[in-house]
Ligand binder design. Structure first.
Ligand code: GCB
Length: 610
C-alpha cells in the first residue's frame, strides 16, 4: 500500500496542476485472450497502431458509453492519450502523475515505461514521472484496466467459464447489489512539486469545553533532501485564515515539523442544521522553509475545528449528542456510471440539504475526494466505508487487501472534518468461521491508524449469529422488514425494528444505528391500499419505521436512521431488479418520489427538535 504522499493535487506558488481529463483512445481486449496486450506490448506505441480504437471519456465508467455490449465486458481494457510536458517543467522540480481512482486494477505506462500498478478501486494512487517525461515535447500515457473480481479481491467476485451459443464465454458474478462499473473513474492529474516538498500533512483539532478555544495540531512530512547537505533543519510556518481571509493564528513548527495553533473565539465545524453556520472551514497554509529561510514549498488545505467523542450510549460532536438523519448512497448515474461528475455531485448535495439530511454512508466504497471536500463545506457527516462488501470465505490474502483498503482510505480522508466514523465493511458474512479473528484484526488496524473516530460496520447477520460486533464502537444494522422479510406486511415493521435494535444494544452494550431500511419503488406506480413497488408502499414503509425510531430515540443509545437508498441505481441483471435497484427516495435522474416529501418533513422536524 502507498502510505505516503497523495495530498490532493492543488496549485500554489510552488506547484502546478494539469488535468489529463478528456477523450482518450480505448481498446477492449479479447476476453478469451486477456494478456494479449501485455505480450504484444501495446504500451510501446500508440494504441491506434495495434488495433482500431474508440473514443472514451475520462473520467467515466466505460460500460454504458457504447451501444454494443461493452457493459458486460470482463477483463482488461486499454486507454491511451498524448500530452505535452512544458519545457519549463524540466528545471529543478518533480512531476507526479496521479489518478483519483481506476476500478478495479490499473497498470500505467508513460512513454512505454512502466510507472505504477494499483489494485482496489475507488482509491487514489500516484507515481513520480520526472525522469520519464520528454520536456518541451509530446508524451504518451497508457493505462490497462482490469475489472475482474475474484475471491481475493476487495470486493470479492467469481469468474467462471461457461458454454454459450458461440462456444465458451467468461462470466463475472458477484453477490453485492450494485453494478461493477469499471474504468478511469476519477480525474487524472499531472502536478509538479519542488525537489524538496511537503509530502504529508496530518491535522487533528481540539476544542475547549465551552467551544470557545480551538486548537489545530499539524504534523508535516517532507520528501527530498534539504537544499544543502549540511542543512537538515527544515521548518514549517503554519498560518490559519478564517472564512474572510483574516489571519487568526500562526506559528513555527518544532524540528519534527509538528506544531499547534491556538484559535480564540473559534468557529467550530458543525453539522448541517445543528448551527446557523454549519461546515465552517479555516484555511491552513503550510510553508516548508530551509534553515536559511528560503521558501521551499507551499500547500493549503481546509480545516474544520471539531471534536468527536463516543461512549456505550452516545455519539457527540463538540460535546453535543448527534442523531444521524441520513442515507446510504451510491456513486451512480446514467451514462457515466461511477465517473466523477461535478453537476451530479452538486445536485446531490442540494437534494441532501433540501431533504434535511445531515449524514450519509459512502456505501459500499470510498467516494470521490471532491465529494469529501464538498461534505466538509456543507456540514454533511460522512460514515466513511471501505470497499469491503459481502465479505466471505475469509483468507489471508483477502485480509491483507481489506486492511490495505482501510489504510489507503484513512490516509486519504483523515483530515476531513466531515468524516466522523469509519465503516470497515458492509454486510460481511459474520456468522462464518474465522469472522471473529478476521474482524478483530481489521478493527485493530483501523484503530491503530486513527484513534479519533469510532468504528462501525453495517451488519445484516442476525445478532444471535454475529461474530464481529464486539470489535466495533457503534453497531449498524441493515434490515428490510416488509420487503425481504414478511414482504408486503406493513403491520410487521414497527415492532420488529424496535425489538431488533433493542436486542443489538443489549447484546453489545453499544450505540445502535439502523444503517439500511427501505423498499423498491417504481416512480409513478400508485396502488391503494399500498402494494409492493408502489409509491404508497414506500411511503408507508417509511412511516412505520419512523414510529419505531421515535420509540427507540427515547432510549438514548439509538443514534441514527439511514434510508436505503438516496437514489435509484444500477445493479447486475436479476429478476428482482427492474433496470436496477429502485429503493431510491430520488429517481436515478434525481427527482423526488412521494417518499421524499415525507422524509423531508421528518428530517426537518428532527433537526428542529434536537
Ligand atoms: C443490502 C445491501 C445493499 C442492497 C440492499 C438491497 O442489504 O447492503 O447493498 O442494495 O440491501 O436493496 O437489497
Amino acid at each position: 500500500p502507498q502510505s505516503r504522499g497523495m495530498l490532493y493535487p492543488r496549485e500554489s506558488e510552488t506547484r502546478e496542476v494539469r488535468s489529463l481529463d478528456g477523450i482518450w483512445n480505448f481498446v477492449r481486449s479479447d476476453q478469451t485472450n486477456p494478456t494479449q496486450g501485455v505480450r504484444e506490448e501495446w504500451y510501446g506505441k500508440d494504441l491506434s497502431r495495434s488495433r482500431p480504437t474508440i473514443p472514451m471519456p475520462v473520467p467515466a465508467s466505460y460500460n454504458d458509453i457504447t451501444t454494443d455490449n461493452l457493459r458486460d465486458h470482463v477483463g482488461t481494457v486499454w486507454y491511451d492519450r498524448k500530452f505535452f510536458a512544458p519545457r519549463s517543467w524540466a528545471v529543478d522540480q518533480r512531476v507526479w502523475l496521479r489518478f483519483g481512482s481506476v476500478h478495479y486494477e490499473a497498470y500505467v505506462w508513460v512513454n512505454g515505461q512502466k510507472v505504477v500498478k494499483h489494485e482496489i478501486g475507488h482509491l487514489p494512487f500516484e507515481a513520480e514521472v520526472t525522469h520519464l517525461l520528454n520536456y518541451g515535447a509530446e508524451n504518451r500515457i497508457t493505462v490497462m484496466c482490469d475489472n475482474a473480481l475474484i475471491q481475493t479481491t476487495v470486493p470479492q467476485g467469481r469468474i467462471t467459464e461457461l458454454p454459450n451459443d458461440d462456444g465458451m464465454t467468461i462470466v463475472q458474478s458477484y453477490t453485492f447489489d450494485f453494478f461493477n462499473y469499471a474504468g478511469i473513474h476519477r480525474s487524472v492529474h499531472l502536478y509538479t512539486t519542488p525537489k524538496t516538498f511537503i509530502e504529508e500533512v496530518v491535522i487533528t483539532t481540539n476544542l475547549s469545553k465551552d467551544n470557545v478555544g480551538g486548537e489545530v495540531i499539524y504534523s508535516v512530512k517532507f520528501n527530498g533532501s534539504a537544499v544543502n547537505e549540511a542543512d537538515n533543519s527544515l521548518y514549517v510556518r503554519a498560518q490559519l485564515y478564517d472564512r474572510e481571509g483574516k489571519l487568526v493564528a500562526n506559528g513555527t513548527s518544532d524540528e519534527e515539523l509538528c506544531g499547534s495553533l491556538q484559535v480564540d473565539n473559534v468557529n467550530p465545524w458543525w453539522p448541517y442544521l445543528m448551527h446557523p453556520e454549519p461546515g465552517y472551514l479555516y484555511q491552513l497554509e503550510v510553508k516548508l522553509h530551509a534553515s536559511n529561510d528560503d521558501l521551499l514549498d507551499v500547500y493549503r488545505l481546509k480545516v474544520g475545528v471539531r471534536t468527536l467523542s463516543w461512549s456505550n450510549a452516545t455519539f457527540q460532536i463538540n460535546g453535543r449528542p448527534v442523531y444521524f438523519r441520513g442515507f446510504g448512497r451510491h456513486e451512480d448515474a446514467d451514462v457515466r456510471g461511477k465517473g466523477l461528475d461535478n453537476a451530479l455531485m452538486v445536485r446531490d448535495f442540494n437534494l441532501l440539504k433540501w431533504i434535511g439530511a445531515n449524514a450519509y454512508r459512502t456505501s459500499h466504497y470510498p467516494y470521490s475526494e471532491e465529494s469529501m471536500q464538498f461534505a466538509d463545506e456543507h456540514g454533511i457527516m460522512i460514515v466513511d466505508e471501505c470497499p469491503s462488501v459481502d465479505a466471505e470465505n475469509y483468507n489471508q490474502e483477502l485480509l491483507g487487501k481489506h486492511k490495505s483498503s482501510l489504510e489507503q482510505l484513512i490516509h486519504r480522508d483523515r483530515n476531513h472534518p466531515s468524516v466522523v466514523m469509519w465503516s470497515i465493511a458492509n454486510e460481511p458474512r459474520t456468522r462464518e468461521m474465522n469472522a471473529d479473528s478476521y474482524f478483530q484484526l481489521v478493527a485493530n488496524l483501523t484503530r491503530s491508524l486513527d484513534k479519533t473516530r469510532p468504528i462501525t460496520a453495517a451488519i445484516a447477520t442476525p445478532w444471535t449469529d454475529d461474530k464481529a460486533g464486539r470489535f466495533l464502537d457503534i453497531i449498524s444494522f441493515n434490515r428490510y422488514n416488509a420487503w425481504y422479510s414478511n414482504t408486503g406486511r406493513l403491520d410487521m415493521v414497527t415492532k420488529k425494528v424496535v425489538e431488533e435494535a433493542v436486542a443489538w444494544n443489549k447484546h453489545y452494550n453499544k450505540p445502535v444505528i439502523m444503517a439500511e431500511y427501505g423498499a423498491d419503488t417504481l416512480e409513478g406506480l400508485h396502488l391503494q391500499p399500498a402494494y409492493v413497488w408502489s409509491e404508497e408502499f414506500q411511503t408507508e414503509v417509511f412511516a412505520r419505521h419512523f414510529k419505531a425510531f421515535d420509540i427507540l430515540r427515547k432510549k438514548g443509545w439509538f443514534i441514527g436512521e439511514f434510508v436505503w437508498n438516496f437514489a435509484d441505481f444500477k445493479t447486475a441483471q436479476s429478476y428482482t431488479r427492474v433496470g436496477g435497484n429502485k429503493k431510491g427516495v430520488f429517481t436515478r435522474a434525481r427527482q423526488p418520489k412521494a417518499s421524499a416529501h415525507l422524509l423531508r418533513k421528518r428530517y426537518f422536524a428532527l433537526a428542529r427538535e434536537l
